[in-house]
Design a protein around this ligand. Structure first.
Ligand SMILES: Cc1cc2nc3c(=O)[nH]c(=O)nc-3n(C[C@H](O)[C@H](O)[C@H](O)COP(=O)(O)OP(=O)(O)OC[C@H]3O[C@@H](n4cnc5c(N)ncnc54)[C@H](O)[C@@H]3O)c2cc1C
Length: 312
């Protein structure tokens, strides 16, 4: 059996979601190949070839593959799909965009947002907003799977040496094009890859107070997250939302400030290694999943915390 991991990258570096997906592939226990599709990607291809556990790196390099448009990517993947038992994507906007089209072309059922692998055909995934874990079995010959990056460790172990092979690019199918693309300059607020996230909620009461979070984030070199209520109240940007309808994150440290801990929020951050809550309500549900908490008014606690942290 052989597993194919479709790499997520930014044409410069592999994203940490790719490493989590590789961890899931390692758990499957079979030979692993990686497919890197993009433009001017030789550096990434060489990086991928050094990853522990990978035996072969396929790459397809062409200018029209710079942006991961699912129409082009899915056809490219289809050309090699029949050599594989499992095709794994990270369950990020990248994988969620491409995997369904690959599954449809192959006429198989996609297995979405897998959080654990029990065997080569039995997988666990959240349903009902993370309240229930479903264990599902697939009898499809090729299993197209998206992997929840937060559920598998993102380990960068460069002790491998895989064979590298180029695949010819298919012509651009021209069914879609990218109108605009906004990147996170200097990786500011890269929530998916941040070691520390400080997240704010409705408890901040207004946008002016929420700005204190920026200072704390600077001091801790952290990314800033927010609850949906904070975003809907205009305190924070939409792209900062953590939770069911936002981003799923698993930083080393997650500090939830003025966030009650609704199930929709918790599903997005509960796999963080250490969770700290700052809340003035001893009964706030967030405290049930926190490793540490401070009870009190965030407007009194945050300035003290910021002062206590060095500025360099
Ligand atoms: C389909 C659906 C999807 C959703 N998706 C998401 C999602 O992705 N992410 C998400 O976050 N939510 C989501 N929600 C919304 C979610 O249900 C909650 O409404 C939201 O998470 C609440 O945000 P909050 O904790 O900031 O606000 P609140 O629930 O109002 O909590 C505010 C907290 O701040 C504390 N507080 C108040 N004042 C202070 C103070 N001075 N000092 C310290 N603490 C204080 C309070 O004790 C309270 O615990 C979704 C809802 C639905 C229906």
């Amino acid at each position: 059996m052989v597993t194919l991991v479709v790499a997520e990258h930014n044409n410069f570096n592999l994203k940490s979601s790719t490493f989590s997906t590789i961890s899931a592939a390692i758990k499957l226990g079979n030979e692993i190949h990686i497919l890197v599709i993009g433009f001017n990607i030789l550096k990434i291809v060489k990086q991928a070839a050094r990853i522990f556990g990978i035996s072969k790196v396929f790459f397809i390099d062409s200018s029209h593959l710079y942006h991961p448009l699912s129409e082009n990517f899915s056809l490219q993947i289809f050309t090699i799909a029949f050599s594989y038992n499992h095709i794994l994507f990270p369950a990020t906007s990248f994988g969620k965009n491409i995997a369904p089209r690959v599954a449809a072309i192959l006429d198989v059922s996609q297995i979405s947002e897998v959080i654990d692998i029990k065997s080569d055909n039995i997988f666990c995934r959240f349903i009902y907003t993370g309240n229930v874990i479903a264990t599902v079995q697939s009898h499809d010959k090729i299993k197209v799977i998206t992997i929840c990056p937060a559920s598998f460790e993102s380990i960068e172990d460069y002790t491998g040496s895989a064979v590298i092979e180029s695949i010819k690019a298919l012509p651009n199918v021209c069914m879609s094009s990218l109108i605009s693309y906004q990147t996170n300059i200097n990786n500011f607020n890269d929530l998916n890859n941040a070691d520390i996230i400080v997240a704010g909620g409705k408890g901040f009461k207004n946008a002016k107070n929420f700005k204190i979070l920026r200072i704390l984030a600077q001091r801790l070199k952290a990314a800033i997250g927010a609850s949906r209520a904070a975003i809907e109240s205009g305190y924070a940007e939409k792209s900062w939302q953590i939770g069911q309808s936002g981003k799923i994150v698993s930083p080393k440290l997650y500090i939830a400030i003025g966030i009650s801990g609704s199930i929709q929020h918790i599903v997005g951050m509960k796999n963080s290694k250490i969770i700290v809550a700052i809340n003035n309500d001893m009964k706030a549900p967030i405290l049930n999943i926190s490793d540490y908490y401070i009870i009190g008014d965030l407007l009194e606690i945050l300035p003290k915390l910021i002062n206590a942290l060095s500025d360099d």
